[in-house]
Design a binder for this molecule. Structure first.
Ligand code: PMT
Length: 222
């Protein structure tokens, strides 16, 4: 690939975790480091694409040339995505978006009760950003599926339920997928799949961008 191969293609990528606040100092989150999403942003930019990266809180440097929008919660990520989605060609949802958030956020730091009683948290559903973007039918949509069991069945189900064009399935756990510098993906679409074996996330990102662009271009050619 040369630096001009993806010239004129606009890609919006979500990356990292979201934080769902309980009070001003506490939140619910997950182990996503943003490495996969940032590697995709770097690979797409290097190939000439115009990349917008909507990112939850991570400690990574923003790849040069990428438009970066920093968010905290799933609701923030949803709003930032929809503020930038017009005129995008491809959406890639790498972020580990919290499916639920606390039903209420305390304005002051929550205090321990006087007695030893436990407390119960009520969680409410967050909007599904990827499914909402797919429902607009205006961009080519690529999701990720992070699974601890039945990887391919669950990934295919997400491809169908969220009505997206492609999905990259990965095993996750305390020592897989999240946080590490390497990963492996099985990419699925309606009538095909391809295996991208264990490799550094930077390498995997280049491979995934190629596969996505190939499918995207086929879809846009009569
Ligand atoms: O960030 P790293 O440490 O490098 O780790 C990479 C990764 C493991 C986070 C990444 O490879 C990955 O799998 N990302 C997706 C994580 C995830 O939340 O998967 P899911 O199967 O729960 O969600 C399915 C898809 O729906 C994802 O594309 C997700 O971004 C999207 N989604 C989910 C919920 C929601 N409310 N909105 C969404 O858009």
């Amino acid at each position: 690939w040369t630096a001009r191969d993806l010239a004129g293609i606009r890609i919006l990528i979500t990356a990292g975790p979201t934080r769902e606040a309980l009070d001003p100092v506490r939140f619910i989150s997950n182990r996503s480091s943003g490495k996969m999403g940032y590697a995709l942003a770097a690979a797409a930019t290097a190939a000439g694409a115009e990349v917008t990266l909507v990112s939850g809180p991570v400690t990574l440097p923003v790849p040069a040339g990428v438009k970066h929008i920093s968010v905290e919660s799933a609701q923030d990520m949803y709003a930032a995505t929809f503020q930038s989605i017009d005129n995008q060609d491809i959406f890639i949802g790498t972020a580990a978006v919290a499916d639920y958030r606390p039903a209420s956020v305390a304005t002051q730091k929550m205090k321990k009760g006087q007695t030893d009683t436990d407390i119960t948290l009520t969680l409410v559903r967050n909007p599904d950003i990827l499914a909402a973007v797919a429902a607009t039918q205006k961009v080519f949509t690529v999701g990720f599926a992070a699974e601890t069991e039945h990887l391919l069945e669950h990934a295919r189900q997400k491809l169908i339920n969220k009505k997206i064009n492609m999905i990259a399935a990965n095993w996750v756990g305390v020592d897989r997928g999240f946080e590490r510098d390497d990963n492996a993906l099985t990419v699925l679409w309606s009538d095909g799949e391809i295996q991208l074996p264990y490799a550094p996330k930077a390498t995997l990102a280049q491979q995934l961008i190629r596969v996505v662009i190939e499918r995207y271009r086929q879809g846009n050619v009569e």
